[in-house]
Each structure stands twice: as C-alpha cells, then as structure tokens.
Design a protein around this ligand. Structure first.
Ligand SMILES: [Fe+2]
Length: 428
C-alpha cells in the first residue's frame, strides 16, 4: 500500500504506478493532454492496480464515444479481477465507474458522494461527481459536492476552479469570480478556473473584459486537451460574436476551435456545431463548414452518450443535408430511450427527443413545426444538462423560429416567396 499525491492509499507496491497515478490526477484536474499516457504508464508499472484500471476506464468513458466505451470495459474487468485485495475507497470508486459505464448515473453519483464524504481530498471523485450533476442539470448539487470538501483543501487551486464553476451555474456570479480569480492567482495554469470566470463575464455582458481575461491566459492552454482548449476559445468567440465581429469569430472557428479540434471528439464537435448555429442565427453564411464537420458525425448516430450532445449532432446533420442520417438518428434516439435505465428514460422521451425534432425542423426551415415541438420542452431543457451559456442556444433557435415563421407567413400572404427567403429574413 502506497499513498498518492492526495495522501490517499492505493493498493500497489510500485512507486512507478503511483507516479503515473499522480500524473493522471494532475492532468485530469488540469484537463491536460497527457492523462491517458500517464495512467497507461501506471498500469504498465503494476497491471494488478485496480484503481489505475478504474481511472483508465473513467478516462475512456469521459471520451463519450463507443470505441472508448469498449476500451473502458477491458479495464473495468481488470479492476474487478483484483477486487479482493483493495480498500473500501477503491471499491467504491471501481463501482462508481462500473455504474457510469452501465448508465446508472444515480448509482455513480451516490458512490462519488460517499467517497468524498469519507475522503474529502479525493478531487477526482469531486470532479466526476460534478460531471454527472452537470449532465443531469443539477446545478445545486454540482456546487455542493465541491463546496463540502473546501475546508480540507484550502491550498488547492483546482478545487477553487470547481467551486467557481458551481457558483456561476448557481447564479452566484460575484463569488464565482472571486474564487475563480483566486485559483488563477494561486496557479496561472488552471484553465477550468479561467473558464468559470469567462462564464461570469459572458453572463454579465462584460465582453471586452472577457476577451482581455481569456486572451491573456490563452498561452497557458497549450498543453490542455482539445476539449477544454477548444471550449475556452469557444467562449472567446462568443464575446466577439456578441460584438458582431463576425470575421474574428470565423477566424477563431477555423484556427482554435474546429481548426484545433480532435475532429472525432464528441465535445469538440458539439462546440463547433454550437458556434456555427449561433453564426447562422445572426444571418452569417458559414459556407461549407456544416458539411465539413458533419462527415465526422456518422459515428454519433447510434451512440447517444448524452442527450444534450445529440441535439447538436442531429441539427448539424440536417443543416448539411444528410437527411437519411437524420432519420436514422431520430429513430435510434427513440429506440435507445426505450431501452435505458428509468432514471434517464423520462428526460430522453419527454425532453430530448421532442427537442431533437424541433431542432431538425428549424434546420429544414420548417419553423411552425420547430415552434410547436420546441416550445413545450424549453422549460425542461435543463434536465438534459449543459451550462446556461450552452442551453441559451436552444431558446435562441426557438425565438428565431417564431420570427421567421411570422416572416414566412407575411411573405406567403403577399405571394413573394423566393429562394432567397431566408437571407432576406435575417436582415437584423
Ligand atoms: Fe463553458
């Protein structure tokens, strides 16, 4: 039994395994690009280390794609093979990751809460608890799981970043900014804390400050994974979008967002889709970017990792004109919803699928259908996760549908429908 950098016992006799685990913990909290390499080194040093296998499985599950899910299974089996000799904390953690793999998110959350109650220095469990709460739309619990371990971790800037994001999501903007800035003062290399403050500035409409804050810190993101690298630049792009500096937004998209993305990564894809849609809502011609991106979405059609993400994929496919893929995806979403754990099923059936149909209708310029399908689900969209900034998009799509349906109706009544209908409607 050795201890990791958090002072927690790990069932291994290998210092090299502990070194790999420590590097993995730091890379996970930093959103670094070396997390996978680090944890695989830990396994190479001690293939019997159950916790290292569980961390590896968690890493692959966080990639939210089918191949990574299969990779996770191998490591969960390896973790269970060494079950008899591991500690209670390690058992709870292994069980939490098994529950995640089985989409038993309620079980996973209970276990992360249990771990953090007994071992408050276990910030990987705090981070994973926040991840699950985020995609269940439970902002209060997202904040609480980080706040409850603050006292024993007062010197840990990564925890401040997690608390800051939770505070922002709970509309405690002033406190969120103070804690996010404190994290950054403690260690300038804390991109999640930068991100929390970026959300505050976005919410408060502090566009120039937001640009200055994020661009001054951007050089510290070079060793981030593509998810947070592209997402932090996505936030920068939102500021410029609100300033109507379209040229700059397209430049950021082409260089730091889609240009820098792992093109097969679900989260990178979602950010790019979200930005293209926001540009189009402002009447910008995004050229062939929908089709360039949508070729990479084929593997998403039957995955259904997260309903929030599916709404983006299906919209992009419809915009790119991949109508057969859209049909397949809507059908697949329905089948998937009927097959899953009742804890998640309701939000899939009652929120995600109607919203997906509404998004497709908007993409196909069928604005009346978009209105009738989106309107009833808007008040419940938080149930499928996403930040306030991300969810605002769906409300904008609905409002756009209302506006364009009115214009369509007016144009029809004057017999002036033309192929340039949409462009003429966007002069605003
Ligand atoms: Fe964000």
């Amino acid at each position: 039994m050795l201890k990791d950098m958090q002072g927690l016992g790990v069932t291994t006799d290998s210092p090299d395994a502990i070194a790999g685990i420590n590097r993995f913990i730091d890379q996970s909290l930093f959103y670094g690009k070396d997390a996978e390499t680090a944890i695989l080194k830990a396994i190479a040093a001690d293939p019997t280390c159950a916790l290292a296998h569980a961390y590896t499985a968690a890493y692959y599950l966080s990639q939210e794609n089918r191949i990574a899910w299969q990779q996770a299974q191998v490591h969960l089996l390896a973790a269970q093979k060494n079950w008899a000799k591991i500690t209670d904390r390690e058992k709870w953690y292994v069980q939490a990751i098994i529950a995640w793999a089985n989409k038993e998110i309620d079980v996973a959350i209970t276990l992360h809460e249990e771990i953090t109650n007994h071992f408050p220095q276990d910030l990987i469990s705090v981070q994973q608890g926040q991840y699950h709460y985020f995609y269940l739309g439970n902002k209060q619990r997202l904040l609480q799981i980080a706040q409850k371990v603050l006292t024993p971790n007062l010197d840990n800037h990564y925890l401040y970043g997690m608390v800051a994001f939770g505070l922002e999501q709970c509309h405690q903007l002033a406190s969120a900014e103070v804690i996010g800035r404190k994290a950054t003062d403690l260690n300038r290399y804390d991109p999640w804390a930068h991100h929390a403050v970026a959300h505050v500035m976005e919410t408060q409409g502090r566009l120039e400050e937001g640009i200055a804050w994020m661009e001054s810190l951007a050089p510290t993101w070079e060793s981030c994974n593509s998810m947070l690298y592209t997402h932090n630049w996505w936030h920068v792009a939102l500021y410029y979008l609100e300033q109507n500096d379209i040229e700059k937004v397209l430049l950021l998209y082409d260089t730091y967002i889609w240009g820098h993305a792992n093109k097969r990564s679900p989260k990178d894809q979602v950010g790019a889709i979200s930005l293209l849609l926001r540009l189009e809502l402002r009447g910008v011609d995004v050229s062939n970017r929908w089709s360039e991106l949508s070729y990479y979405l084929y593997h998403r059609i039957h995955e259904h990792a997260l309903p929030f993400q599916d709404l983006h994929y299906v919209y992009a496919l419809a915009k790119a004109g991949f109508i057969e893929w859209v049909k397949q995806m809507l059908w697949s979403m329905q089948q998937y919803a009927l097959s899953i754990n009742p804890f998640l099923r309701q939000s899939w059936l009652e929120v995600a699928i109607p919203a997906a149909k509404g998004m497709v209708a908007h993409a196909k310029d069928d604005f009346n259908t978009a209105i009738t399908t989106l309107k009833p689900v808007l008040p419940r969209l938080h149930e499928i996760g996403g930040s306030h900034a991300q969810l605002a998009l769906f409300k904008q799509v609905y409002q756009d549908a209302v506006l364009l349906a009115q214009k369509q109706s007016h144009l029809y009544s004057n017999c002036q429908i033309s192929t340039h209908r949409r462009k003429s409607c966007f002069l605003r």
